[in-house]
Write a protein of this length. Sequence first.
Length: 444
Amino acid sequence: MKNDKASNAMWGGRFDAAPSDLMAQINVSIDIDKRLYRQDIAGSLAHAAMLVKQSILTPEEGKQIEGGLKTVLEEIEQGKFAFSAALEDIHMNVEGRLKELIGDVSGRLHTARSRNDQVATDFRLWMRDAIAALVDDIEKLRETLAQKAALHRDTVMPGFTHLQVAQPITFALHLDAYRAFLDRDRGRFADCAERLNECPLGACALAGTSFPIDRHFTAEKLGFRKPVANTLDAVASRDFVLEFLAASAICASHLSRLAEEIILWSTAQFGFIRLSDAYSTGSSIMPQKKNPDAAELIRAKAGGVTGGLMQMLMVMKALPLAYNKDMQEDKPPVFAAFDTLTLCLRVTSGMIAEMTVNKDTMLREAESGYSTATDLADWLVKTLNMPFRQAHHVTGRIVKLAENKACRLDELNLADMQGVEPRIASDIFNVLNAQAAARARIKT
């Protein structure tokens, strides 16, 4: 393919000179949007088929264009295609090569089409595939969490609020909370995919076309639910991008929270889990170190995904209708979010699957911090018919007593507790055990 920027004849009729080198640097997007080549060619094939159906192109012209586009696809996938910065973007690179293959008939492909509706279509097609891939990775992580939880239904650990020991729970319950987070993440992506599944093709630059096209034909051929009804909306909207980035940012924040807990749990101070060597690194100076770097990087990378959402909100916040070149900046944060989230989901699955759980340490810590105090208060309410606020006060006094004696609640003598509340009976000890408390508590 030719690389002379002055030879670009796709839009150059109005111009006497080629863009400056600086203009080319800021304007060219091929290094980013070449990722859309499959979607771009699929959209062009559907558009060409529609033009033939509507007798805007002859069947012979349609065959030539179809054959040329399939050749371009093969060249790209075989690594034989030379992308040209002089042709700016994926659309003009494909069309430029098509002209080299089949001649001037290639110019008929762009009838009743603009790069504005073309890129919007390409991006929606790409995002549809990207969401399907992310949902698959979310499902795999959810299954990994479910499998690990099934192994630890009876593993008692401390539940925390404010990062202080609160009540005994099971490790399965804790893991299942993240599975619930991910279930909503999956739903957000599914909602996004449903809303973006409308076809912009036929909107052209902004106002449609006078050619007798069939937008329903191209929409159906590309697997869209229907055409975008308003042509301005078709080319000017990027809320589907914002929604994708928002869903990605929320999901990344969930992974970051889990990563933070993995980091805490793997410290010597917690000792709840041990990460496998496959998801840890060492220190260049301290031989004893085993660092949870995979989890730390997930925690950091979540910020980049959120940053992409903020970037696109700022890009779109003051754009007049319809298309503006600002919108070319929609793809870098989306591609980055997809790549980052894909990697983080897969690494999280690996960490969870391979980590070792220290059950004894978890149980010991669940028994600390007076974690069964709420169970004691509940016993007072249920057994002695005590108002909860009074039970809360009585329990607080018993906790203070245990604190002064430097012992756990279940290590107090019955007489000590009866000194606070005479009606307390020996069966109080049934609820002061962390394992019994975790089993007895309602989980739904």
